[in-house]
Ligand binder design. Structure first.
Ligand SMILES: [Zn+2]
Length: 316
């Protein structure tokens, strides 16, 4: 059903790494050329006063759904506009996709569709040789490791629409570091027995001396602070509903679950706990469980409605 202009959804496309997104009249962020996308849908001012009953964003290709998300929340500090965020994984095939946003309100169901093109981005690759004990951390079956992984996965899927803290620019977790592995790096582990396994590196590895303080990248709530088998001492910070930043391999934890932190507060220190071959911070950003590149958000806002509210998106 076609909407009148005032009732169109606003579609914002924030792009981090992995893909470029050429979307016709869809609104793109300054770092569009960098790739991997996070999609934000919002309703114009005032629309939040109408009861929102549900909705979803779906990404389809050739008529087949690739994945969908159904988690809308009120724009931070506004309480009138609805947003939803979708991370685009770095291994999604390049090609043309259709984004469909469906929202149900008391007035009925409204649908917006937009065609988007995802283009491939090159990622570096590396081989990481693991000794016997590091191989064990990765491959040895351990019920504790499994339950830690399941718990992390369910935390990443959790969605509390009250957790709206940060929509602006993030601060880097530390100021001086040396990049040792890139986001999206295609990594091959070479195990002690000579076998290999390929993975995608979901965050950035920044090397720094043990004990270097690590800052909260933005205002948010600590939802995990614990010692884990694979990732060592680890912190998980929630910035927005379903938007998390993870810090791994810490030497010390300086926060507790439930803490509300401000940008720049020290949450821990650099270490090499868990599966690490030297002192470094592994940090990553997850949106609707998908690992996206956090670096663009050190330069541009996580969400900036003011940049987009006067733009209207066409239907297909
Ligand atoms: Zn890493």
């Amino acid at each position: 059903m076609r909407l009148n202009r005032e009732r169109f959804f606003l579609v914002l496309l924030f792009l981090s790494l992995a893909y470029s997104l050429f979307a016709g009249e869809i609104i793109t962020h300054d770092y569009a050329a960098l790739g991997e996308g996070i999609t934000v849908f919002a309703l114009p001012d005032g629309a939040g006063e109408e009861a929102y009953l549900g909705g979803e964003i779906t990404l389809t290709r050739g008529g087949s759904p690739v994945y969908s998300r159904s988690q809308f929340f009120l724009y931070p500090g506004d309480d009138k506009s609805w947003c939803a965020l979708m991370g685009i994984p770095s291994d999604l095939e390049k090609g043309t996709y259709v984004l469909t946003c469906r929202m149900e309100t008391e007035g009925g169901t409204e649908v917006l569709q937009k065609r988007i093109a995802l283009t491939e981005r090159e990622f570096p690759s590396e081989v990481l040789v693991l000794n016997g004990s590091l191989t064990d951390i990765r491959v040895k079956e351990d019920p504790e490791k499994t339950s830690q992984a399941q718990r992390l996965w369910s935390l990443l899927a959790s969605f509390d629409d009250e957790e709206r803290y940060t929509s602006g620019v993030l601060v880097p977790p530390m100021d001086e570091y040396r990049v040792t592995t890139d986001y999206g790096c295609r990594r091959v582990y070479e195990y002690a027995d000579g076998s290999e396994a390929g993975t995608i590196h979901n965050g950035w590895d920044w090397a720094a001396p043990t004990g270097t303080p690590l800052k909260a990248v933005g205002k948010g709530r600590i939802v995990m602070a614990e010692d884990r088998i694979v990732t060592g001492k680890s912190v998980m910070l929630e910035l927005l509903p379903g938007v998390f930043v993870l810090y791994y391999h810490l030497d010390e934890l300086n926060c507790e679950v439930g803490d509300l932190v401000e940008a720049g507060d020290i949450v821990g220190t650099v270490g090499m706990t868990g599966l690490a071959t030297g002192p470094h911070l592994h940090w990553e950003m997850r949106i609707s469980r998908v690992a996206v590149d956090p670096l663009p958000f050190l330069e541009g806002n996580l969400i900036d409605k003011s940049l987009y509210m006067d733009k209207i998106v066409d239907t297909l």
